[in-house]
Design a binder for this molecule. Structure first.
Ligand code: SF4
Ligand code: SF4
Length: 350
């Protein structure tokens, strides 16, 4: 392990240093009603590290639910454009859940694909993500089946692994290393490797993932765009979009012009979802995804077939939020198990 240690007292001092230097710190923190969300914090004691999955993922820090893209105003016979800043002040996310950090990295691919989203990358470049080993998996999590795990480092710049009195600090990226170097006095020597291995093993536990590795699912999906399964599994889906709102990797948005008077206004983007009936509604009245089963199929296809085909990785981190949020009781691990069974049957029959 390429790393250091940090005690709880040193970590508290690091947070104080960052805040004093004007660096925003975001961490999982509880509201008065007990709900856990990523929130701005100014003291370590307000952060909840490694103990619970925040209600919403890290996505909103980099792709806010609504944001201006530019302002426009009539200027004589022309339209003048006032752009928005695409560079952002330094920001540290402390205590990211590993599956949320992984979600941010998965989205880097689509955000930099055929068009570079400067707002996304402006925030990404300004932000250092410090993940912490997760001890809060439940029956809806399946990070292990997506290539992650409770101490996975994908998307993290530093990873904290709990030790007696503090953490082992794994340095994952040069950005993480820069944070350590800039606050050298807040970090201790390299950890005892045996202690780190024991902590990792305790977090991994002996749990069996609710879903097997997903390669057969990806293969089956590519060959079953039309299948009776879709109408069957989508019966529970209301098209509310709760799943997409809480998902760390769903990233659809629409773009609207909001007039603020006769001569000026703002172009904004707002989160949207492929689960909504009007998401693909054409001005002609035609809707290529007219049924909810076609919309549910789209979400599954995009995450487990289309994205892997284009970018070489799943668009799902196995966080389980969509299952917890769905008012219809849609359980993604159950759907994936159903597909895996069909894939196994098809394979056996071949
Ligand atoms: S949360 Fe459930 S009901 Fe709502 S769109 Fe998603 S799958 Fe459908
Ligand atoms: S699809 Fe569900 S399990 Fe996968 S990343 Fe999104 S919310 Fe998490």
């Amino acid at each position: 392990m390429n790393g250091r240690t940090i005690t709880h007292a040193q970590l508290a001092a690091l947070v104080a240093d960052l805040v004093a230097a004007g660096t925003a710190v975001t961490a999982p923190a509880r509201a008065a009603d007990g709900r856990l969300d990523y929130r701005p914090v100014t003291r370590l004691e307000d952060a909840v590290l490694g103990d619970g999955l925040p209600r919403l993922s890290l996505k909103a820090l980099f792709l806010p639910p609504t944001e201006p893209l530019f302002a426009f105003r009539l200027s004589g016979s022309d339209v003048a454009i006032d752009s928005v800043p695409t560079s952002f002040p330094p920001h540290v996310v402390l205590g990211a859940v590993p599956c949320d950090a992984a979600g941010v990295q998965a989205l880097d691919k689509v955000m930099g694909w055929d068009y570079r989203d400067e707002l996304w990358f402006g925030r990404r470049e300004a932000t250092t993500i410090v993940s912490v080993g997760c001890s809060s998996r439940d029956e809806t999590c399946f990070c292990g089946a997506t290539g992650g795990g409770p101490t996975a480092t994908r998307g993290a710049d530093l990873l904290l692994v709990p030790l007696e009195g503090g953490f082992a600090v794994e340095i994952v990226t040069s950005k993480g290393e820069a944070l350590v170097t800039a606050h050298e006095e807040r970090f201790g020597p390299a950890p005892n490797e045996a202690d780190v291995a024991r902590s990792r093993a305790a977090l991994a536990g002996s749990r069996v993932e609710p879903v097997a590795p997903l390669a057969p699912v990806t293969t089956w999906l590519a060959e079953h765009f039309e299948d009776p399964l879709w109408a069957d599994v989508a019966l529970r889906c209301h098209g509310c979009g709760a799943c997409a709102s809480v998902c760390p990797t769903c990233h659809c948005f629409d773009i609207v012009d909001e007039p603020e008077g006769v001569t000026h206004g703002t172009r904004r983007r707002n989160w949207d979802t492929c689960q909504a009936g009007r998401f693909t509604l054409h001005a002609s009245g035609h809707n290529p995804r007219a049924d909810q089963h076609a919309r549910f199929r789209q979400r599954l296809m995009h995450k487990f077939s289309i994205y892997p085909a284009r970018f070489g990785e799943l668009l799902c981190t196995g966080c389980g939020r969509c299952s917890r949020a769905c008012p219809g009781g849609m359980d993604l691990p159950e759907v994936l198990r159903t597909i895996a069974e069909r894939a196994a049957t098809a394979g056996g029959a071949a």
